[in-house]
Write a protein that binds this ligand. Sequence first.
Ligand code: AMP
Length: 290
Amino acid sequence: MKKIIKESNMQVVCRIDDVKSIVKSQKMKQCTVGLVPTMGYLHDGHISLINKSVSDNDFTVLSIFINPTQFGENEDYDEYPRDWERDKRIADESGVDVIFIPSINEMYPQGYKTYVNVSLITEILCGKSRTDHFKGVTTIVNKLFNIVEPDRVYFGQKDAQQAAVIKKMISDLNINVEMITCPIVRENDGLAMSSRNVNLNAEHRKAAVVLSKALFEAERMINAGQTNKQKVIKHIDEMIKKTGKAEIDYVEALDADTLQQIELIKGKVLIALAVKFGKTRLIDNIIVEV
Ligand code: AMP
């Protein structure tokens, strides 16, 4: 493992050409480059990705961009939390070499027309209610790949479907990057860390613990021999509904690698859910192996 003790010389850049030339000079020195794409308002989940990149690579680029094309019209683009100064401090302390914080116009200049879309696996789970969400994600990630040309890119298992979609895009488009998926980082009470958690009121924050509780209970049921998918989903559903404060978007159990439907809980299974508390939509998941 590479030691992370170093003087701060983190650069903050907003222009595509500047990141390109900084990365190019690192590559000329044969340095490996890791990319951590985020929407900012950094928490320990993001930091775990940064730490992994810093330990794997000579040079780490953190991108912070609240990508408008992945938000639907009635979604929370305006409410999405932002604190660039805090993010810069955290990134610097975590060993990031460059933060790339482009403007919307830098990424989508007037007349922008090109989108990248992965079919089918973007139409299930989150894609059902968030049509075009993944098209926005794959487009921006593809642009970041072209701008940074990283050796490795880091994503969180927290966004399981996003990770599967990007993995498919990398494979289908023969993109020359190694993708590393890092485990979910949780609060002490089990709630998966998310920048959106700050938008929960006290009552909803307390109730939201049910998501991880229900997933862990499902895991216990499965480990005790339950293979009936509907029974597992029903149990999670009922636990969440019992809070009286949640609006369930979906609770699903799918093949963890392909996101295909399954009959029985068998093999490597992703149990994923999306639930709204007030206006805040949270996602969480676990992978079980039977
Ligand atoms: P976001 O800023 O929410 O778009 O997330 C940026 C990256 O951090 C994505 O790859 C997420 O999957 C990852 N991430 C977000 N929350 C967590 C978490 N609690 N644990 C691990 N990774 C996370």
